[in-house]
Design a protein around this ligand. Structure first.
Ligand SMILES: [Zn+2]
Ligand SMILES: [Zn+2]
Length: 343
């Protein structure tokens, strides 16, 4: 089968090549991949700025159909449409983090698409506990957004625990910011989405997805917009999805006394901000990185309730052979979510 492989350490060293089809073990399930989303992490692996273990097939945001089930697997059947919690591919299962469900902090962890073979190919094998059935109403394209959506579910519902009637600020209208927005709208939270001049299309999408207000920070001061939006009271909760120093400072400035700040994006550098704002406004600052299996179950409940649909976030689908174009679209912010499909 053809796969997009990081074949050696270092910058670049990524290409489509022929690899062996994976064998489905007795306790495993084999999935035919339908779609797999391109993520910022994939660009980091291309440039070797995210840890990776070559040779490894990239891709960690996938959907597909079960085609084979190992002999000892009971509750999964061929033909079922699934999405995959690939981040738990390898964990120790014994440490305090594995025991508490926060497997992401397990020191032995390796996820699909960087640590073990991922889903930019035709077949993937996984354990049954990594699979989540897709509701009938969901397309396989839409279901491929589950992995990033789970990250938004953790940030919005579990870390910030937003309440109906609150106000939110989301700088950074990339896929994660827009997924947070969709959830905030579904939860009844009035939301400002902010972006840079280059984000025009993404800000237009934010407007379509129900943002109460969009702000192009090249044209309007974000703190002022947040003040006007809340009649001077300040924002209840901020989700920093841009990873930009100005955005971090704007969020801290826009929050009301006792507001909640959630760091969702990676900044990738040290930044300066007025720490006294945390004191004087008694702010709560938290980070949100990925999700737990409980988050995935909560996401499935949200799907089942029909409160959030994700299909309109997919802007482009391309065959794996066109991965360069797909990666460029993501790097240049010229797309919402780009999916690849097997060849
Ligand atoms: Zn990702
Ligand atoms: Zn562990």
């Amino acid at each position: 089968m053809k796969a997009l492989v990081k074949y050696a350490p270092g910058e670049g060293h990524l290409d489509v090549m022929e690899v062996a089809e994976p064998h489905c073990g007795d306790d495993q399930v084999k999935i035919e991949i339908a779609f797999c989303g391109v993520c910022g992490t994939d660009l980091h692996i291309l440039h070797d700025t995210f840890r990776n273990y070559p040779p490894v097939i990239l891709g960690h945001e996938c959907s597909g159909t079960v085609v084979e089930v190992g002999r000892s697997v009971r509750d999964v059947r061929p033909g079922e449409r699934v999405t995959v919690l690939g981040a738990t591919a390898v964990t120790c299962g014994r440490c305090v983090h594995c025991a508490s469900g926060y497997f992401i902090f397990c020191r032995s962890r390796r996820g699909i698409g960087h640590g073990v073979n991922g889903a930019f190919t035709r077949y993937l094998v996984a354990r049954p506990d990594q699979l989540y059935r897709i509701p009938d109403a969901f397309s396989l394209e839409e279901a491929a957004l589950s992995e990033p959506f789970a990250a938004a579910v953790q940030a919005v519902c579990e870390i910030a625990q937003v309440q109906r009637g609150e106000t939110a600020l989301v700088p950074g209208p990339g896929p994660i910011g827009l997924l947070c927005l969709k959830l905030l709208v579904a939860e009844g939270v009035r939301t400002i989405v902010a972006g840079a001049p280059g984000d025009r299309e993404r800000l237009a999408a934010a407007r379509r997805f129900g943002a109460a207000e969009i702000v192009d920070v090249g044209q309007r001061d974000l703190s002022e917009a947040a003040r006007d939006f809340t009649d001077g009271a300040g924002i209840d909760v901020a989700f920093e999805c841009a990873g930009h120093p100005d955005s971090v400072r704007a969020c801290l400035g826009a929050l009301r006394p006792m507001g909640r700040y959630t760091q969702v994006a990676i900044c990738g550098r040290e930044i300066q901000f007025p720490i006294d704002q945390i004191l004087y406004k008694q702010l709560t600052l938290r980070g949100s990185i990925t999700y737990t299996a409980r988050t995935w179950q909560r996401m499935m409940d949200i799907y089942a309730e029909g409160r959030v649909r994700l299909h309109d976030l997919v802007s482009t689908t391309l065959p794996i052979s066109e991965w360069r174009r797909a990666f460029d679209l993501c790097a240049n912010k010229n797309a919402l979510k780009v999916l690849l499909y097997p060849i």
